[in-house]
Ligand binder design. Structure first.
Ligand SMILES: C[S@@+](CC[C@H](N)C(=O)[O-])C[C@H]1O[C@@H](n2cnc3c(N)ncnc32)[C@H](O)[C@@H]1O
Length: 213
């Protein structure tokens, strides 16, 4: 096969895989799957929510690292506050969640109330309206594709602006995000990798990091 043909074949494969992932994400983003995977009833959500591979993999990392009564900050909680509610119910964590988007924040409050979950939900750009320290800050940053510079910028801000001593989790889908770039950003911002959580057949990775001394 010529180099150009190989390139075309690779590109088509990648495009098909992305389409397949989009299709699965749409399927997963239903109330049935939210209930099945997280035990959260998203039926009252007033804004769109997405349960992607990253959302699912984050649960594995949260289960592995968050301890009873830990203070957790769920940044960009989304319209269903899915990780925040799950953490409160399953790990008895003390949860604060933030959202930059008004509609998502409003919807997240409705869903939390409907699920009888006493988590705090703040309208905030990352840590801006948040006070105090946390054991963990977790983030599933928005990325449109590999070249989405806003995605990398927000990951960088997340690391730079975090309260001191807070350990962090960042989850990214390797189909949309350049892993190497994320690892570089982590290193350049003087963070140490505690773990990289992955799961068979899930194209996401959770980077568990803390500030290097
Ligand atoms: C990929 S979604 C993740 C939703 C949910 N946490 C999950 O894991 O499924 C990213 C969320 O981050 C929110 N977001 C984007 N930029 C933000 C910022 N600067 N501060 C707080 N939230 C932000 C978006 O509105 C969106 O709801």
């Amino acid at each position: 096969m010529l180099f150009e043909d190989q390139k075309m074949y690779h590109w088509q494969n990648l495009k098909m895989s992305r389409l397949f992932i989009k299709f699965l994400t749409r399927l997963l983003s239903s109330n049935i799957f939210a209930k099945l995977l997280f035990g959260v009833d998203c039926g009252r959500s007033t804004s769109d929510y997405q349960i992607g591979f990253s959302t699912i993999l984050m649960k594995k990392a949260l289960r592995k690292y968050v301890k009873n009564n830990d203070k957790v900050l769920d940044i960009g909680t989304g319209a269903c506050a899915i990780h925040g509610i799950w953490l409160r119910k399953n790990m008895n964590a003390n949860v604060t969640a933030t959202e930059i988007d008004d509609k998502c924040a409003k919807s997240a409050r409705i869903v939390a109330k409907h699920n009888k979950s006493d988590i705090r939900i703040l309208k905030s750009d990352l840590f801006k309206n948040v006070k105090g320290n946390f054991d963990w800050a977790v983030f599933n940053p928005p990325f449109r594709d590999m070249e989405d510079n806003n995605g990398y910028k927000i990951v960088e801000r997340f690391l730079k602006e975090s309260p001191r001593k807070t350990r962090m989790m960042i989850v990214v889908n390797v189909f949309y995000v350049n892993q190497k770039k994320i690892e570089e950003i982590i290193k350049e911002n003087n963070y140490r990798m505690i773990d990289v959580v992955a799961k068979f057949l899930n194209p996401s990775k959770v980077y568990v990091v803390e500030k290097a001394l």
